[in-house]
Design a protein around this ligand. Structure first.
Ligand SMILES: Cc1ncc(COP(=O)(O)O)c(C=O)c1O
Length: 363
């Protein structure tokens, strides 16, 4: 099967580029005390996660949802859910996973920790906890310092839970274009986290894990003394948003479309709209077609302006670079693993969607 045989729109993965990205990240952490815990939510694809684990320098995998953790626990023995889970049923599902893998979950409230502790006690398991600290993103997380210590004490005293440390995701800094500013602010954010970890230890609490970081800060936060793991995800496949940051990673993902209309000399329309890639981080870019620009995405259409003399014809294939990889992967059932124009495998994106609804809801 070749590129020409793939029904469009479709999501392609350039396997050689993917492997180079994975090995660059693994090599970066190989000699550092800090390691990488690749974020599964960036691709939701077990075949890719297995390559990340095989490359080494990994503490395990990061997940954003319980459904992702259920997929990941089939092949990875150390799973972090770097997100708050407060629903009783979901906590019960986590407790079930904790009987099979070393599971750690982020917590930022007493209510959340009580739900998790209840589920752990009911299942007779122990669930690891990282206290989630707000290091400036202003999303989830307790404040650094005393509030982190207070919640950590509650976790340490809760039956069924074991305090493993802290996490603090500096998500607000990941896309920052200016490298010097990104560096300075990431270091300041990590200082809040590392100081909080020290405060826990001074009060006799365990804090073996200090988890942070993403693709935009892996080499900054990953070199701050005291940070033990980096939750980077997008680096494996990359997107045009991160591409603008001059990262040491290549584009390894594209959306394949077919030109379905050529209504003007300077315009063509392809069959890959925002049901095939998201536009929350801007419009995609066009691969290997100099001077071509995506000017709009509709449900099923990408409208592209061309150089007047462009030889694009109806029926031609073209590829677009998504601007935001995580939600784009979530739109597809499979990705085509490519070696040049040749399809070498088709990888299910098993963690996509909200798997729990697929098997029917109990009424
Ligand atoms: C909690 C958490 N950690 C890490 C990441 C890093 O992901 P990426 O490397 O794709 O920026 C994210 C991304 O949103 C996140 O939400």
């Amino acid at each position: 099967m070749t590129r020409l045989d793939i029904p469009t729109p479709a999501l392609l993965v350039d396997v050689a580029a993917l492997d180079r990205n994975i090995s660059r990240m693994a090599r970066f952490f190989a000699t550092l005390p800090c390691k990488v815990r690749p974020h599964f939510k960036a691709h939701k694809t077990p075949a890719i996660a297995r390559r990340q684990l095989a490359a080494g320098s990994c503490t395990g995998l990061t997940c954003a949802t319980v459904a992702e953790a259920e997929v990941v626990a089939r092949f990875c023995l150390d799973v972090l859910v770097a997100n708050e889970v407060v629903d009783g049923d979901k906590c019960a599902r986590l407790a079930k996973l904790a009987s099979a893998v070393r599971l750690t979950v982020a917590v930022d409230s007493e209510a959340g920790l009580l739900q998790l502790a209840r589920a752990a006690a009911a299942a007779g398991v122990t669930i690891g906890v990282l206290v989630d600290v707000n290091v400036g993103q202003e999303r989830c997380g307790v404040l650094p310092g005393q509030p982190a210590l207070t919640l950590a004490r509650l976790v340490a005293g809760a039956p069924g839970l074991t305090l493993r440390g802290l996490m603090g995701y500096e998500g607000h800094l990941q896309p920052m274009r200016d490298r010097a500013e990104r560096e300075a602010r990431a270091r300041a954010a990590m200082a809040l986290l590392v100081d909080s970890a020290e405060l826990l230890r001074q009060h006799g609490l365990p804090c073996e894990v200090v988890s942070a970081g993403g693709t935009g800060t892996f080499d900054i936060s990953g070199q701050v003394a005291g940070v033990t793991e980096i939750q980077a995800g997008s680096y494996a496949l990359m997107d045009s948003d991160y591409g603008a940051l001059e990262m040491p990673f290549e584009y390894a993902c594209s959306i394949l479309g077919t030109v379905v209309s050529r209504p003007a000399a300077d315009r063509c329309v392809a069959d890959c709209g925002h049901k095939a890639m998201t536009k929350d981080h801007g419009l995609p870019t066009v691969k290997d077609l100099p001077g071509a620009t995506v000017v709009s995405l509709n449900d099923e259409h990408a409208t592209i302006t061309l150089h007047g003399d462009s030889a694009v014809e109806i029926g031609d294939r073209l590829e677009l670079r998504p601007s935001h990889i995580d939600p784009t992967m979530n739109l597809h059932d499979v990705c085509y693993a490519m070696d040049g124009d040749r399809v070498i495998d088709v990888w299910p994106i098993e963690g996509r969607g909200y798997a729990e609804h697929r098997h029917g809801v109990r009424l």
